[in-house]
Design a protein around this ligand. Sequence first.
Ligand SMILES: O=C(O)CCC(=O)C(=O)O
Ligand SMILES: [Fe+2]
Length: 234
Amino acid sequence: MTTGRLIAIFTAMDLTDIDRHGAARLPALLSPDQCAAIIALWDDPAAFRKEVVMARHGYGSGRYRYFAYPLPDAVAALRDTLWPALADIANRWMEMLGTGDIYPARHADFLARCALGGQDKPTPLLLRYEAGDWNALHQDVYGPHIFPLQAAILLSRPEHDFTGGAFVLTEQRPRMQSRAEVVPLAQGDAVIFPVRDRPVTGARGVHRVQMRHGVSRLLSGERYTLGIIFHDAT
Ligand SMILES: O=C(O)CCC(=O)C(=O)O
Ligand SMILES: [Fe+2]
């Protein structure tokens, strides 16, 4: 995947979906071969710094592994090339919310800021679900430094490699009932979504709505996802 191709996809996609619906889909960000190559990393212990068995923590059922630094090239490239377009959205959001936060033009500069605050462990992760597994609704916050958007890339083929296992987002609206959004993904598609909350313009101005994401129960097969989170962890 070249930067040029990523930028072309971004230009083509409807980024306003993030503001309208809380999520945007980037079709075919990775090819089937690229997906297979990332899935193959699962069995390379040297690629990872930590494994989480989700049931042990009440996170659902399934496993995930956090990549170690240096990240595999494909993972590092995704973090770098997605950054500029997402930082633009994030900076617009911070302006709407009046936080005064500004995300730098280069992802490396944001990581340096995280590291100064003690957040220096890589957060990109590979997730694996089998039949019966699921991912509880959650927010990927790892410390005070938060980049407000993240990406998840489906590496397996729906209906071929697995059934069930839908990517789900919920939006908790202040003093109102919550809204669910299901994002149908094909192999290689990415979904871009808020980490914790997002600004919504209402009748009385801008307010934050809390967002959570998760995965519904897998009915059969095996499902792998690559998660790209832009802040690091303590
Ligand atoms: O498996 C999924 O689709 C969700 C993964 C996830 O929670 C994440 O990437 O942060
Ligand atoms: Fe997550």
